[in-house]
Design a protein around this ligand. Structure first.
Ligand SMILES: [Cu+2]
Length: 96
């Protein structure tokens, strides 16, 4: 019984954090867009949800059509997730 209460207490703490983390966006400057291959190279700031420090790297877009609204030189906000060992951009938008 004690362990059940403990599990519930942990869930109560973790769930709101997870909901917030799912919305978290990182910032980047677009270096290169390859719409055909569905790849985008970003000079990105820290990515908290992946524990990744700032760097320049190439991501796969979840859908190549996502890349129509961004171009090299743009400042963007994006969400990347690790899927099957690859880093995939699941959301990307020009920063306002
Ligand atoms: Cu990176």
């Amino acid at each position: 019984m004690k362990s059940v209460l403990r599990a519930l207490a942990i869930a109560a703490l973790v769930v709101p954090f997870s909901i917030h983390a799912a919305d978290e966006l990182s910032e980047a400057t677009v270096k290169k867009v390859d719409k055909t291959a569905g790849l985008v190279t970003l000079a990105h700031g820290p990515i908290a949800n992946l524990g990744m420090p700032p760097m320049t790297m190439t991501f796969k877009a979840r859908e190549p059509a996502m890349l129509k609204k961004v171009k090299a030189g743009d400042t963007v906000r994006f969400r990347a997730e690790e899927t099957g060992g690859a880093y995939v951009v699941v959301r990307i938008e020009p920063a306002k």
